[in-house]
Every structure is written in structure tokens, then in C-alpha cells.
Ligand binder design. Structure first.
Ligand code: ATP
Length: 298
């Protein structure tokens, strides 16, 4: 079963097509990553899929409800963005209760609040004011308010922006735990390590999907050969690599020069510059390659 299906869903602002006709399928119960540079159209897509922004064209079904019924869509989805939109002067449980009461019958509110406190490990903080929480826990509460009414699909727009690495990792554990009960999570991120954690991803730029699939599929499908070159003087090695005709990209990572070439014909020339090894494509390589290809076509 699919949690999200769109057919040529699009959005214009005036003459500008911010999301070009978009056909997307997201299977239920997975973490789906939606990646793209600033201004790519990620938030606009999420707003259309959440029933808060009317598409300019096309159609879609989210959690079994057509987007032409936005109020019904809103009742079946949850939405949280990087702003961690919570009421800072209310406690954790008051925030959850307030949101639950908007959508649920009074008799179901307390159970929903307790269940959410438990699912997001918020029980020890239940009486803390939201303003007293660290950034990571405040974001977790924001996700709590987005799931307390039991949505089938949860949209998270850059949920980890500005969080430290430990808080980001903890939040990702919490995001994965949500799929245990069948919730589908549609998440945008700029962090490639987070994209690697998604079961499927789509790359979007200038409102168009450039590629989609599992991270493994996208890495395996990337043409070219990648190397890591050790060198004592990184800057002169980088210069030497870049001067070789046929090198598609070269940049410094730590104490190595990372190199992309179309095939292995330059291997001997590169090995002459220092210890050389082949390395697999990363998702960042995939992202950069697709964006470069798109710029070449523009
Ligand atoms: N209300 C609006 N009126 C006009 N243009 C808009 C409006 N909202 C968004 N846009 C434009 O649509 C484009 C896509 O914006 P969107 O916020 O969807 O991108 P994004 O991928 O979420 O970016 P970011 O990663 O920076 O959050 C941008 O060029 C933006 O300026």
C-alpha cells in the first residue's frame, strides 16, 4: 500500500513553476527522504501534500484521502518543521493535550497524550515548560504534537536543522521508532548522513525530481570511478590532479584528495602522485553529480 501517490502535482507562483509536475510514490511505513538545495521546492511540496496549499495542477492521494479534500487530509497527517512550533509557556503534556483536543474526542485525549509521551520518551519531562527544554527535546515535543492525534503520515521539514550531532542521532532513533507502528515519515534534510538513513529518497532541484530510489540504488547507479589519494602536500596534489585532462572533480577531504573520473584510464597517472585507492560513491557524490548534470542541461 502506498502512503502517498501524486500524479503531475504542480505549483506555480505567478509565472514561476516552483514545483513542476511531480509524480511520486511513497510506500507506507517507511522513512522517505526528500532532498534538495535551498529553494528546490521541498517545503512547497510538503505544504501541498499536507492539504495546506492548493496545487496549481495534478492530483494526489495522501493516507488514502485525495488532496481535493484538504480538511480530511489534515486530519490524517502530522506536520512539524524546523521551527519546533510549540507553546513555550505550556508544559510538555499541556502542549500535547492542547493539540490532541483539536482533533480527538475528549474521551480519547488522555490516552493519546500518554501514548505520545511514551513513544517519544518524553515522560520524564512531562511537567517541564517547553521553554526549559534543550533544542533536541523541544524538537521532539514538536514531533509529539504532530503525531498525538495518530496520523498515518508524518511530514518533517528539516527536523534536525541546528541540532548538535548527538541530538540529531537521538531524534533519528525517535523518527525510526515511529515507523514501528506503521506511520510513514516524509522528511526533508540537507544532511547527507541523514539521507543515508532513509529507506527511499528523492532528489529535487528547481522543482523537478532528478532521481529517486534507495540510497544503495542511487549510489550503484552513479557512473564514473572514485578515488582517494594520500598526499603529503594536499594543495599541490589537488592542483596536479585537476590539471589532468579527464578528471571530473577533485576536492580535499581530511588528509586525502577525493577524485572522480569517467573511467579507470587515469588510474596510473593518479597513482604516480601518491598512494591511491578506489572508494565507493557516497550519497553526496550522487547529489553533486545530479545537480551538476542539471546545471549543464539548464
Ligand atoms: N508564497 C510564495 N510566493 C512566491 N514564491 C514562493 C512562495 N513560497 C515559496 N516561494 C518560492 O518557491 C521556491 C521554492 O521554495 P520552497 O520553500 O518550497 O523551497 P525549499 O526546497 O523548501 O527550500 P529550503 O531548503 O531553503 O527550505 C523558492 O524559490 C521560493 O522563493
Amino acid at each position: 500500500m502506498n502512503a502517498i501517490e501524486t500524479h503531475d502535482l504542480s505549483r506555480r507562483y505567478g509565472q514561476v513553476e516552483v514545483v513542476a509536475p511531480l509524480s511520486l510514490t511513497v510506500p507506507a511505513g517507511i522513512v522517505f527522504g526528500y532532498l534538495g538545495p535551498n529553494g528546490a521546492g521541498k517545503t512547497t511540496t510538503i505544504r501541498m501534500l499536507s492539504g495546506v496549499l492548493q496545487p496549481s495542477g495534478g492530483s494526489g492521494v495522501v493516507a488514502g484521502v485525495p488532496l481535493s479534500e484538504p480538511d480530511a487530509v489534515k486530519a490524517r497527517i502530522g506536520y512539524a518543521n524546523q521551527a519546533a512550533s510549540v507553546y513555550v509557556d505550556l508544559s510538555v503534556e499541556e502542549n500535547l493535550r492542547f493539540k490532541a483536543a483539536l482533533y480527538l474526542a475528549p474521551a480519547k485525549v488522555e490516552q493519546a497524550v500518554e501514548g505520545t509521551l511514551e513513544r517519544l520518551a518524553l515522560l520524564p519531562f512531562r511537567q517541564h515548560l517547553a521553554r526549559q527544554l534543550s533544542g533536541g527535546w523541544r524538537q521532539r515535543l514538536s514531533i509529539g504534537t504532530a503525531i498525538v492525534h495518530g496520523p498515518q503520515v508524518l511530514f518533517l521539514d528539516e527536523p534536525t536543522a541546528g541540532l548538535d550531532p548527538v541530538a540529531r542521532r537521538d531524534l533519528w532513533d525517535a523518527i525510526y521508532a515511529l515507523t514501528d507502528t506503521g506511520t510513514t515519515v516524509f522528511v526533508t534534510t540537507h544532511y547527507m548522513d541523514e539521507a543515508e538513513r532513509c529507506q527511499r529518497i528523492a532528489l529535487i532541484a528547481s522543482g523537478r525530481i532528478l532521481a529517486q530510489g534507495t540510497p544503495e540504488d542511487l549510489r550503484a547507479g552513479l557512473p564514473g570511478v572514485r578515488y582517494a589519494l594520500n598526499a603529503l602536500n594536499l594543495n599541490s596534489a589537488l592542483k596536479a590532479v585537476r590539471s589532468l585532462p579527464g578528471v571530473q572533480g577533485a576536492w580535499i577531504v581530511g588528509d586525502e584528495v577525493r577524485i572522480t573520473t569517467a573511467d579507470d584510464r587515469l588510474e596510473a597517472s593518479l597513482a604516480a602522485l601518491g598512494p591511491l585507492r578506489r572508494v565507493p560513491a557516497s550519497l553526496e557524490d550522487v547529489f553533486v553529480a545530479y545537480l551538476a548534470r542539471q546545471e549543464d542541461c539548464a
